[in-house]
Each structure stands twice: as C-alpha cells, then as structure tokens.
Design a binder for this molecule. Structure first.
Ligand SMILES: Nc1ncnc2c1ncn2[C@@H]1O[C@H](COP(=O)(O)OP(=O)(O)OP(=O)(O)O)[C@@H](O)[C@H]1O
Length: 686
C-alpha cells in the first residue's frame, strides 16, 4: 500500500558455515566421535572480557554423536533459540576456546563450506520475513514484468545466480539429489517461477531444498515449520525425518514453546525461560518428560512444554487440561452475537491470473473455479466482508491468501481491473461514482504483515511508527489531535515492558501501589489522570527507533499500528508470527479487550488498573470494525474469529469453503480439522 524506496536487494541465501581450521581438535577419534562437543562452555556475543560482558550462555554441556540423535531446541524467546543454534554452528566466542570442539568434522576432513549449514525462517534471520520480496516497493511482487535478475527457482537451486558471486555450485551440485529434493519438497511446478514471486511457504520449502543441496554434515533449521500449512508441515517433517535417520545430513531443529515436537525427534534441549542463558532440561524425550514430572511445576511454560514433548497419541485433549472456560484472550466458550453492518469488501467473481499473453506461462492463482451464488453457478471468488465480521483466511501455502488480501489493500495492480468494491466503491471511477482513493483506503484499513514489516522505514522513532497510522504514508506527516496523542501514549505505556529499554512501565509502579491501597483509590486515580497530561515517562519512545528494536518488538509495534486508529478494517496477515509467546498472548488479549484486562503472573486474567478506575483509552476491537486474519498456527489466531474461508490449491478447481466457528478456536479444537477438511485427508501427526 505504501511505496518505500529501498535499495534493490537480491534474494539472499543465509547459510552460515564454519571454518574447520579454526576449530580445536581432540585426540581420541572413533566411530562415536561427536560431531559437536560443548563442555562447560561459556559463550560471549562479541567480547570475551569476562569482567565487562555478560555471557550469552553459561555452563553449556552438549554432545552430538555423528548418528542416531535427532535434537529439537525449545525456548520461550526466538532470540535464545537462534543464538544457541549459532553457537552450535561455531558462531560467537567460547570460553575457554577448547570447550567447544567438532572432533568428527575434523577427523573426516569435511570441506569447511559444507560442514554445518544454518537456515533461519524468521524475518529476523532471513532479513526478508521468509518472503521473497522483490524490488523497490510492495506491489512489485505481484507484477507480471520480469527483469533479468529475477532468478527462477531452478536457477536459484542450481546456484546459477550471478549476483551471488561467491556461490560456485558446479563443483558439488548433485543432479540426482537435485531432482530428489525437488520432488520431495514439491517444487516441480514452481521451478520456472522467479523466486521473488514465491509465496511465504513456497519460499521456505525452496530454502530447505537449497540448504540440503549444499550437503552439509549437519543442518540447523531455525523454526522450519513456521508459516507452513498443516499438510505441508507433516510432509516436510517426514522428509526431514528420512534425512535425519540416514544422518544425511544430521538435523537439529529449533521450535517455539507450544509447537508440537515431531515424533521422530529423539532428544530435546529446553532453554531456561527465566534467564534465557542456561539450559533448563536436556536429554532424551523420556528423560526430559521424567524431569518435568519431577519438577512438578504448573506454570504456563511447563504445562505447554509437557504437552508439546508428549507424543500426540498420548496427549490429553486440551479440553481435559483446561482449567478455565475462557480462551487465553479472555473470551467465553460461545461467541456473543455482533450486529452486522454494511459490506466493506465485495468480491463478485474475482480471478487473479498471470502471464495471460503467453499460453505456456499462463497461471491462475486465485478464483480458478465456479461456485453457486444464490442458486446460479458463477465463475471466480464471490465473497463479502461486512462490518462486525471477524474472518480467518486459511488455505494451503500458495493458495492465494496474501494475494487475496493484497487486492483489498490495493497493493495488487489487478485490484483496478477486477470486480471488487471496497467500502462500497470501486478503485476506478464509474459514471456517477467516484473511485475510492488510495489515501482513503489507507485511513480505513490497519494492516500488518511480513511484507509491511520488510518495507517499513526503519529510521522512524517508536512513537512515530504508531503516529504514522494517521498519515498518508509512513513517511508523511501524521494528522494528530490531543485525543490521538493520548491514545499513542496509552499504547506505549501498556507495552512499555516489551518496548522500552528499561522493560518497565509507569503503570506497573501505579499497580504496585494499588496492591496496598485496594482496587480503587483517589490517589491512584489522580496518578492515572496525570499520565494523560504528562508523558515524561515515555521519552524512550522518541529517542529509540524501529531499527533499535528486536524482531519480536518490531512485529509488536506494527501490530499496534494496525489497531491504534480504530480503522474500519483490520488486516493481520501472519502479524503475530515470530513473536515470543508471552508477547503474542498479550497482543491477543489487547486486541480483544484493550486496556480493560491484563495477565497477572503470566496466566490469570484480571481487571486492569485503568479498568478499576474507569480510565480506558482503548477498549479493544469494536463491533463496528471488521477483522481479517491469516495464520497457519492456531496459537496466533485471535479468539474472536467467527467466520472462516479456506482457499483451495489453485490446481484443485474446487471453490473456496466457508464456515462459522461456535466460539474461540482454542476452545473448539475440532473446528481446526473442519477448516482444513482433515477428516477426509490422511491423519495429521507430526
Ligand atoms: N507475479 C507473479 N507471477 C506468477 N505467480 C505469482 C506471482 N506472484 C505470486 N504468484 C503465485 O501466486 C500464488 C499465491 O501466492 P500467495 O502469496 O498469495 O499465497 P499464500 O496463500 O499467501 O501462501 P503462503 O501460505 O505460503 O504465504 C503462489 O503460487 C505464487 O507463486
């Protein structure tokens, strides 16, 4: 929707490799010689000066044999997982240096560029949000025009990309393996496409293929299932299992707390959620489960961890372990009715195709079907979004979800020519009716997605990012009022523990006073009212920039930007992916209730200080608004989602399926199978 000018970036393959010459050696080598050995290792990020630098990890002990152990690393924060994988790949400074060694690799004299591959899937790691972003502006992704440097997927896999000067594929490209990997990762039909046109999930599959083709001894996959649809996740997991069981290559996965640990994973390492610098549990799956039982901890982290490590068949149903009738975002088991308003989006026979001028390259990616509309069979997608509706948009990777939303945000050039009405009007004028302008659309839609994240100007201050919700483009001057300033302050204050450098907020100070004086008191109320006038506790938001924030907080800020102006339509396209669990849950609670409710001690939902004192600036999503969400992960889906649409594979020729949820998805887990039509497909177990 906005066109930030960016320096052109080639599609980058982020594989970190280690240099064996720098690794220390061990004397005893045998068939069980470890691939990696860490003994009482302390790791520092960039300075080994033990007096000044605090270690990234301390007391690390880990041994990876050359065969037979398949590890998953689990943590509460994404940065801890990534850092630990990087430690295993030879990055960062180790004290003492001999505490980290790679005996097997040295013994076998593996060429250094193939020893250990690391591939990350969060935007933080790839720099591209896992999305192959093309060119200087967002809508360029959807254009048919192809430049000479828009490498095809096949060229990319073969390493035939001249911009990547250091890549020399010919010496190790194994053509047999190439066709094997292409078939197993279901990439055949995409080989001729420019990598920049691939969808999120397709890009992930391509990057796994690329990493395997480098034939590393060990492949470190950082969040490999993020953004993959349930069927592809199962397929890729079993493919990785085959590779891991042959130790060709050995594979270590990192997973978010709450992700199912695949059944073929034999060993689990859990990073301590409190310090993020130590290992809390490690060993075989059974050993870790035993340790967890002995620890008898009943906090959210431990409950979730036990569930994800327990094999799916032995897991108690969520309904059995649920203690509350409320969802994690504080919504009741059955949705309360919302009065529906006029349609905000009307699609009347939408069909998106590319390469129409060439029969060979012609490709329809959305609406390649006919469906019954009021009893008449009609072509393309017919779909309305009304005020008050909360839609979940689902479908396999590459089925056109992001394309669908880009038609609404008008980032897609074909928006102009297709039968689409946005807020009752077309994009182009017709006799007697003005078209809707891009600026009006901007002001009526709040949008957060990995693509918005990629193109967002990183130099803006934290405050300015939020204020830009009232501007025509992120870089133009926002239209502010006193009320809007107060709204920005209240958002910043609510999320100061996640955004500010001190990780605290003035509200916490006031809340702690409340504990002494009771739920309401004139003194507390006075202090809260003062916050509406003074904002000296928020100076950090003017000095820190978007760039200064870690990935999870950048995502958080863009999520808040999508809500802050209370637009008619909120679009959250994978907006919470890559956020740490606690931040994500706070966001979902905020979306549902604004400043009314908060988590106490990380899990219990209670009334907030503002609620008790009747001083709410933002009360969550309103009945007059509509919401569209895309996510493949049930944890990221807001409890308020009521309607769903599931797009088919473009080649299926079947229409999109739609349905309603009786209540929050978390409290109705069977609805997930219904959305994905899993009953009619093979059992979905990781
Ligand atoms: N310019 C283009 N030319 C040809 N095909 C394109 C172009 N842009 C996108 N596509 C194709 O359109 C299809 C839909 O992509 P889209 O990103 O909308 O999928 P998605 O459902 O959001 O997938 P994911 O879940 O992986 O994010 C993909 O197969 C993609 O390769």
């Amino acid at each position: 929707m906005f066109r930030a000018q960016l320096r052109r970036r080639p599609f980058v393959y982020t594989q970190n490799t280690i240099r064996l010459s720098r690794l220390s050696s061990t004397s005893s080598l045998g068939s069980d010689t470890p691939l990696i050995r860490l003994r009482n290792a302390t790791i520092y990020k960039d300075s080994i000066d033990q007096n000044n630098a605090s270690p990234l990890f301390s007391d690390l002990n880990f041994t990876l044999p050359p065969t037979g152990a398949h590890w998953a690393i689990v943590s509460a924060t994404s940065s801890a997982r990534t850092d630990l994988l990087k430690v295993l790949s030879g990055r960062y400074l180790c004290a003492p240096p001999t505490a980290r060694s790679y005996p097997y690799l040295l013994h076998n004299n593996t060429p250094h560029h193939r020893a250990i591959g690391y591939i990350g899937f969060d935007a933080e790691r790839s720099g591209l949000g896992g999305t192959a972003v093309k060119g200087e502006y967002l809508s360029q992704r959807y254009e048919a025009h192809r430049e000479v440097t828009d490498w095809s997927l096949l060229e990319y896999l073969e390493g035939n990309t001249e911009l990547n000067a250091l890549e020399k594929p010919a010496d190790y490209l194994d053509t047999h393996m190439l066709s094997d990997v292409i078939a197993n990762l279901n990439l055949d039909s995409l080989l001729h496409l420019p990598v920049s046109n691939l969808s999120n999930g397709q890009t992930r599959r391509a990057r796994i293929a690329k990493a395997l083709l480098a034939k590393p001894e060990l492949l470190l996959l950082d969040g490999p299932f993020m953004g993959l649809d349930p069927m592809t996740t199962v397929h890729i997991s079993s493919f990785l299992q085959q590779m891991a069981e042959k130790s060709s290559p050995n594979i270590i996965l990192s997973l978010r707390i709450g992700d199912d640990v695949p059944s073929w994973i034999t060993h689990v390492l859990v990073i301590d959620p409190e310090t993020n610098t130590k290992v809390r549990y490690q060993g075989t799956r059974d050993d870790v489960l035993k340790d967890l039982r002995q620890a008898r901890r009943d906090d959210g982290f431990h409950i979730t961890l036990r569930r994800s490590i327990t094999l799916a068949a032995a897991r108690p149903s969520r309904a059995k372990i649920r203690k509350s009738n409320l969802s994690r975002d504080g919504l009741p088991e059955t949705h309360l009715p919302i009065p529906l308003g006029e349609p905000l989006v009307e699609m009347q026979g939408v069909k998106v195709s590319y390469g129409l001028d060439n029969e060979l390259s012609k490709r329809t990616v959305l609406g390649n079907w006919s469906e019954s509309v009021n009893g008449t069979e009609k072509k393309g997608l017919w779909w309305n979004v009304r005020r008050g509706e909360r839609w979940g948009v689902f479908g396999p990777n590459g089925s056109g979800k992001t394309t669908l939303l880009s038609l609404i945000t008008s980032d897609h050039p074909q928006t102009y020519g297709l039968p689409i009405k946005l807020f009752g009007r077309s994009r182009i004028p017709s006799p007697g009716e003005l078209g809707i302008s891009i600026f009006e659309l901007q002001s009526r839609i709040g949008h957060s997605s990995p693509e918005v994240h990629t193109y967002f100007p990183k130099q803006l201050s934290i405050r300015r990012v939020l204020e830009s919700a009232w501007a025509d483009t992120p870089l133009s001057k926002p239209r502010l009022t006193r009320q809007k300033d107060i709204r920005v302050d209240s958002f910043l204050r609510w999320f100061a523990p996640e955004l500010s450098p001190t990780k605290t907020s003035e509200l916490q100070v006031i809340a702690s006073k409340l504990r002494k004086s009771g739920p309401t008191s004139p003194e507390v109320k006075r202090q809260l009212e003062r916050l509406n006038i003074a904002n000296d506790d928020l100076d950090w938001a003017d000095t820190m920039t978007f760039r200064d924030l870690p990935f999870s907080s950048q995502r958080l800020l863009l999520f808040l930007r999508a809500l802050i102006s209370e637009p008619d339509l909120i679009i959250l396209d994978e907006a919470l992916s890559g956020m740490d669990k606690a931040v994500r849950e706070k966001c979902l609670l905020f979306l549902a209730h604004g400043e009314k409710l908060e988590y106490k001690s990380g899990s219990k939902i209670v009334n907030s200080v503002q609620m008790n004192n009747d001083l709410i600036n933002f009360g969550g999503i309103q009945d007059s608004q509509a919401l569209l969400t895309i996510s493949h992960s049930t944890e990221d889906i807001p409890g308020c989602i009521r309607q769903w649409i599931c797009l088919p594979e473009p080649s299926e020729g079947k229409p999109a399926r739609v349905g309603e949820l009786p209540g929050p998805l978390e409290l109705h887990p069977d609805s997930w199978s219904e959305i994905w039509n899993l009953a009619s497909k093979r059992p979905q177990r990781l």
